[in-house]
Design a protein around this ligand. Structure first.
Ligand SMILES: [Zn+2]
Ligand SMILES: [Zn+2]
Length: 105
């Protein structure tokens, strides 16, 4: 987790905790909603950033792999990533979720 992501997470969680504390203190709900309105987008942003960095890590791991796929005949998975080979790159929507080096798949 990089510094920015960590701060987003801390801010988001702190804001939500503060909102819950206010709720316990019976502060008017409208005031609390303001904090929820700040906290929830921060959490969403954090989860999104987390997902992106996980994706980046996955891509980095694949880049170092060799490809023994008999369909595209690439030697390195890096080439498969660049060309998004349908034969061995596993996609989920626009996200790359893995590289299969099993020639039967
Ligand atoms: Zn392939
Ligand atoms: Zn390939």
């Amino acid at each position: 987790m990089d510094t920015t992501t960590r701060w987003i997470a801390i801010l988001g969680i702190a804001t939500l905790c503060f909102a819950i504390a206010l709720f316990v203190l019976r502060v008017p709900i409208r005031t609390i909603l303001v904090f929820f309105a700040i906290g929830i987008p921060l959490i969403v942003l954090w989860l999104y950033a987390e997902e992106k960095s996980k994706q980046q890590k996955r891509v980095n791991t694949i880049t170092e792999q060799a490809c023994i796929c008999s369909i595209c005949k690439h030697e390195h998975a890096r080439m498969c990533l660049q060309q998004k080979c349908a034969c061995c790159i596993m996609m989920k929507g626009d996200d790359i979720i893995g590289h299969s080096i099993n020639p039967l798949q």
